[in-house]
Design a protein around this ligand. Structure first.
Ligand SMILES: NC(=O)c1ccc[n+]([C@@H]2O[C@H](COP(=O)([O-])OP(=O)(O)OC[C@H]3O[C@@H](n4cnc5c(N)ncnc54)[C@H](OP(=O)(O)O)[C@@H]3O)[C@@H](O)[C@H]2O)c1
Length: 313
């Protein structure tokens, strides 16, 4: 297959690129700063020569968007919104113009679209879309708004020859440097990986191997379109999530962090506490119903696999 990955130079792009390339597929990455012959220039907003790669491709997987690992200032929130909506819009325009459009367009979205909740899990059928929760910071609703507009940009695209899937992905766990597993492991190994703000909030996650297997599954399954949750079937409270991670690293100590400590820590690492404090309880309803099975359904064994691979380098 020829697979075009706009925004493919980041954490998830690297995972998909190495897996699909190892399987013998022809992978092209669209980036604002190309390096090497498989990387092609685009600006994420306007049509250009890059559309020649979309025309005749089999699959487009759009991952582009300003990183969410930053302070949620008004300026950064605006960049998070516009980079996602604009890139999805222009990918849709490129597919609409193609003489030989790809058969499927997988558009990244996020599990953050669902409500902050503890009582039940959100699947695609009767999960609650967020934005109306009480007692949470107002800007959390903006993250939901970004996700909704991101998906709407794909839905609006007039691409009748191309199946469209929105990937409501949870945190993708891989042993790579700089990824979310790396950051959480660093905290755990320093003895700082205890409960944050009580630790009752749920963490949804997916092992990289299940993520890439799910992508392949969605490419092949012509009967699946629309929003699909990419999350392991057993999300767990943050307190247990970090306990399992510490155990995988054989670190007995995990200092707790109160809400204000999390705020301070997030300020120091220039990130935002929504990433730590929002309860993301998301399950893979449609994938499971379509017959997908997970290699790593439970966090304990997934964390053991990731730490072992990380130790081996
Ligand atoms: N990582 C996760 O666990 C996770 C989970 C759920 C959803 N997501 C979403 O999935 C997408 C990919 O995640 P990731 O972790 O690979 O992100 P990442 O490492 O931040 O990579 C995103 C890529 O988007 C491109 N980009 C950044 N700002 C842009 C802009 N203004 N216009 C166009 N392109 C821009 C960058 O490519 P260039 O600089 O090369 O152009 C970058 O490599 C993101 O949208 C993220 O929000 C990630």
């Amino acid at each position: 297959m020829k697979v075009v990955i706009p925004g493919g130079t980041g954490q998830i792009g690297r995972i998909l690129d190495r897996t699909l390339t190892a399987e013998g597929h022809d992978v092209v990455l669209l980036t604002r700063s190309p390096r090497g012959e498989r990387q092609v220039h685009w600006d994420g907003r306007t049509l250009g020569d890059w559309i020649g790669h979309v025309d005749g491709s089999d699959v487009v997987i759009n991952l582009a968007g300003r990183s969410v690992s930053c302070r949620y200032t008004a300026e950064n929130l605006e960049a998070m919104m516009s980079s996602r909506v604009e890139s999805a819009r222009v990918v849709g325009e490129a597919i609409a113009e193609a003489a030989r459009p790809p058969r499927v367009w997988l558009q990244m979205s996020t599990a953050t679209i669902y409500a902050h909740r503890f009582d039940a899990a959100n699947d695609e059928y009767d999960g609650l879309i967020g934005g109306g929760e009480h007692g949470v910071p107002g800007y959390w609703a903006y993250s939901v708004e970004i996700a909704k507009n991101w998906e709407a940009a794909q839905e609006r695209a007039a691409t009748p020859g191309t199946r469209k899937v929105a990937l409501r992905a949870a945190m993708v766990m891989s042993p790579d440097r700089g990824g979310v597993f790396d950051v959480l492991s660093w905290l755990a190994r320093l003895g700082l990986g205890g409960p944050v703000a009580g630790g009752e909030q749920y963490v949804s996650w997916i092992h990289e191997r299940d993520f890439t297997r799910a992508i392949r599954f969605l490419i092949e399954r012509d009967d699946v379109a629309g929003a699909v949750n990419l999350a392991a079937p057993h999300p767990l409270p943050q307190r247990e999530f970090m306990r399992e991670l510490r155990s995988a690293w054989r670190m007995p100590l995990g200092l707790p962090a109160t809400g204000w400590m999390a705020e301070l820590g997030a300020f120091v690492i220039r990130s935002d506490t929504e990433l730590l404090r929002k309860s993301r309880r998301v399950t893979p309803g449609r994938l499971t119903d379509a017959g997908f099975t997970f290699l790593h359904p439970r966090w304990g064994t997934a964390a053991a696999d990731l730490t072992a691979r990380r130790r081996r380098g």
